[in-house]
Design a protein around this ligand. Sequence first.
Ligand code: SF4
Ligand code: SF4
Ligand code: FES
Length: 739
Amino acid sequence: MSATVPQTDLVTLSIDGVEVRVPKGTLLVEAAKTIHTDIPVYCYHEKLGPAGLCRICLVEIDGMPKLQIACNTPVAEGMKVATRGPRVDEGRRAILEFFLLNHPLDCPICDKGGECDLQDYAMAWGPGSSRMLEPKTPKPKAVDLGPTIVLDEERCIVCQRCVRFDQIISREDQLRTDDRGAHTIIATATGKPYAGDFTGNVTELCPVGALTSKTYRFKSRPWDNHRTTTTCTQCSVGCQMHVDERGDELLRTMSVTEDDAISDAWLCDRGRYNIGFVGDDRRLTMPLLKQDGAWVQIGWDDAIELWAGELKKAGANAGVLGGGRLLNEEAYLAAHLFRALGIEHVDHRAGAQTVVHHESFANHADLETADTIVTLGRPPSQLAPVLDLRIRKAVSRRGARLISVGDHAANSFVPETRVTTADELRAALGANPGKVAIVWDGVMIPDGPTLTAPLHDHPDALRYVLPEEPNGRGADALGLRPRSGGMNARAMLEAARDGKLGVLTILGVNPVLRFPDRALVEAALRATPFVVVTDLFLTETAEFANLVLPVCSAFEKTGTTTDLAGDVLPVVGLVRAPEGVFADGDALVLLAEALEIELPPVAEIERRVRELVRTPPAFAPDASAPPASPPAGEGELRVIRETTIFTGGGTLAFDARLAALRTQPRAKLHPETARALGLAPGDLVNAGANGAELRDLAVIVDEKVPAGAVALVDGIPAAPLNALGGAHFVRLEKALVNA
Ligand code: SF4
Ligand code: SF4
Ligand code: FES
C-alpha cells in the first residue's frame, strides 16, 4: 500500500506493539489488517464504510480514557493501539451479552450455522452463560421480504449492512429500519416486497442468519458443501464467483470478496440465482432427430455422422449462427473447423447487436475514475448489471456526471442528464468534461453517427461495448464473425429464407426469441433443408431444427471466457453433465474427426485464444447505421426496446424456482401518454404492428419513459417483441378482458 503513497502522507503507529505505516486517513480496522490482525466487526464493511452502530470493534488507545471503535477511528501519528487485553475483552464481552439478550440461541438449526460472525465472536469473547431471567423479546420468524429473500427478524442484530447496501451500493432505497430499541426491525420503506437486481448480496453481507435466500435456505450446511471458484457466464461482465455444490447438485453462488477488479465483490441476481436449470429434468440428454414431424432419440455417433454428411453435401453453401455462449476454446475450434470446410457465413451476433467490442481495453475499474460517463442505447443496468454498480459508484461517490443518449427508458439509480440530439449532447458535455467514458449497447440506431458526433472530440475516452452474449467478445475475436465474402446474421437468415443455404448450424443461441425479426428467422429455419442446434433444452429455435445436440452448461465444462473488457477468465467445470450430454467443444472434435479435419493441439488452441483476444483480427466493417426511421403515423407510439435481467427466456425459463422473478409482459408509458390514451396502471393492452400483435401487456406508468413512446421488453417468451418484426411504431389498444 505504501509504495505508491508519498512518504509525507504516511502515518506511523503501533498496533499490539507492532509498528505500522499506513496512509493518512486509514481507519484503525484497516490498518490492523496490514499486520494480519483482525478486529471483529458487524456493521463495518470495507465496501460500505463505517457506521458505528454495533461497537464490537472496541480497541484501547493509549491516552484515551474510554475504549474506542476501530471502524470509525482514523490512524494518527504515534498512536498506540491494543486490540486485545483485559479491558478490550471485557468491552467485547459486554457488547456480545447485549446482542445475545434477545437473540435466539439455536445455532444448531439456524441456516447460518457454521458461518455466522455472532456465533464465532460469542465463542471467542462471549460471556459463556446468560444472566437473563426475563423472557426474550419475541420477534417473527421467516418474514417474506420479497421474491428472493426471507428475514428471520428474531436473529437481526440491526447492524444495518443490508440497509446501507441498498442505499450506498445498489442505490435502490428500498430498505430501512422500523421501530426503536429492542423492537427495531428491517422493513421496506414502502411496505412493498424487497425486489431488485442485486438483492442476494444482502444475504452475504448479513453477519448473522437473519437474511437468507429462498433458493438456498435450509438446503445445506457449509461444511457439507464443496466450493469452487469460477466465472459467471450469464452476461459479459465476467464476475468471479464461488459455487457451492454437493453431490453434483448446485446449491448456491457467492461473490468473491477479493474480486475488486471485475465484480467489485458483488453479484447480480441473475448470476447468483439462475443455476437451477442445470439440474432441471427438461435437460436434453440424447441427440434428437426430427422424423415426420416427431422427435426421435438417436446416438451421438449417428448424429455426428448425419451432421458431417449434410455439411459435406452443402459445402460452402452453409451458415453458422451463434457462438457467444461458447467458451473461448470452443469458439476457436468452431471458427477453425467451419472455415476449414470453406464456410464463410459465420456470425455470433444472433440478436440486435452489430458492434461487439471496441479496440481499446478499458478495464472495469477504470470506469470509476471517469469524470463524465455517457451511455448509448439500452441502460447498462440490465445488460451488464454489476458494471452498472461502478457507474452508480462513480456518480454518487466521486460526483461523475452521467449523460444518457437516445430515448431509451432510463432506469438509472443516480441522477442523469438525458439527451436526444447532438446539440443537447454537446451542451451536456460542456467545454471541460474531464475524463470521458462511453458505455454502449452496440446496437446501431438511426441517426446514430450524427447524434453521437460530439463524442468524436474525445478520442481518448474509455470505451465499453456490452456484448449481448456472455462471450460475445471472445467469439468475435476468435473468428465467429464474417470476413470478406461472408454473410452476417441477417444476410444469412435472408439467404436461408430464400432457399440459398443447405445447412444452418446454430450454436447455443435462440434467434427465434432474440433476433429482431422473428418472422424472418422462422421462415429461414423452415426453408433450410438441414438445421442443427446445440442447446441444453428444446428452445423455441431448437423446435425448428432437424437435429438437436444436447450440450453442457458452463458449470459442466472447463476453459476460458472473455469479458467485455477483454480479460480472459477461467471457467471451471464443477459438476458432471448428465449422462449423454457433451460439451460443444467435444461435439466439434467429433465432427472434425468425422470430416477428417485436423484440429490444432490443445496448447496451440490456448495460445491462439490468448493472442487473438488481446489483438483481435480486423474484420470487415459491419456497422452501417440503419436508415432514419419515418415519423410516427396517427395514433402510433414510438417503440423503446427494453431489456431486463430476468426476461424469462433462455435458461431462466427452465428454473421453476425463479418463476416469480420473470418479467411479466408490460407496456411502460409516460403519464401524459397514458392519460391521452385513457389508460391507467394495471390496464391490459395489446400492441400491434406489421400485422402482428403482442397481447395482454400490463400498463405501467413511468415518468422516465419519453412522452409519445412505449417501452416494451424484448425477449419475453409470452410476448416476444421481435414478433412485431422490428417495428419502430406500434398502436396500443385496450385488451378485452373476459368477465
Ligand atoms: S438483517 Fe442482517 S444485515 Fe440487516 S440489519 Fe439485520 S443483521 Fe444486519
Ligand atoms: S453482472 Fe453478469 S457476470 Fe456479474 S453476476 Fe450478473 S450476470 Fe453474472
Ligand atoms: S464494526 Fe465498529 S461499530 Fe460496528
